[in-house]
Write a protein that binds this ligand. Sequence first.
Ligand code: SF4
Length: 324
Amino acid sequence: MDWPELKARLLAEGTVRLTGKPASRYQSSSTAGPGAGTGGSVFFSCGRGRVRLAIDQNSSLEIVHLGSGRALLKAWNLEIGGRLEPIALHCPGQAYITVTGGCIYRCKYCEVPAIDAGRKSPEDIEAMVENVRDNIHSISLTSGMLQSVEEEEEYVIKVTGRLQRFGLPIGVSIFPGKGTAERLHAAGVTEVKFNVEAATEQLFTEMCPGLSYRSVWDALEDSVPLFGRNHVFSNLIIGLGETDEEAECCIENLCGRGIIPVLRPLNPARELSGFSRPSAERLLRLFAFHTEALSAAGLDPCRALTMCLECTGCDLVPGRDRAE
Ligand code: SF4
């Protein structure tokens, strides 16, 4: 089994049992991203790629921590040697921080409103980055929404102002309004991720009541000439009820506009807890389509400096997840 196939199977499963030597320094508990608010997760890497798995002591998969990060993944009668990766903030190598850990909207798949972790001050965020400065190569910010799209953007821009002194690339993923791309660019942000989330407008409206699909697409289109190709990204969740054809059409539309899609397997939570994670076969099929669409558009996820495309923990990423 090559790495993309193994990773697809691991992502379809989503969880792992952690055994062996104590591994607390390799465990993350996050207030954003898949598995947010659960019992934590680990990042396993084996030279051909990295995967993030939620820790669940009832999982059928097992990672044995042998000590000092060395680890053995036991799955489907295979034993794969690799490493548990130390986490900086949220993921390896990055200070990835949720600025506002709550939200006035109620997207059906999202756990941020339920966790309601409050808002961090710019001073606290600066201190968090300072603490991990020697272990990171980029800073990424995401945010829920405390009051409004405009107020959140203003607050996040204030935070980026305090972080410029670190001299690291800064990625920002927030819900955009009119002019957001221009303002983030003027504030010195390096990359942006505005998430279309759903493959069709109809599905988006059903999943994210009150939010505008068009705003996201407009902001993405505004972003490409400012931040450049390979530096504008968008999450597309796989498993919300879209067909493969709808997902492929959305992937093509994004790539055709110079935007790199991040194909995010659904983590069934909150109102979608009755949904299933997408199968490994489906993830691999879409990975093949995604790889071709990126190549046809001349886009390369390996050029990304921040956020999920740089991390790769939760998704199959063409170019970064390698067969050999
Ligand atoms: S891929 Fe994105 S959401 Fe997943 S662990 Fe990495 S940074 Fe977090």
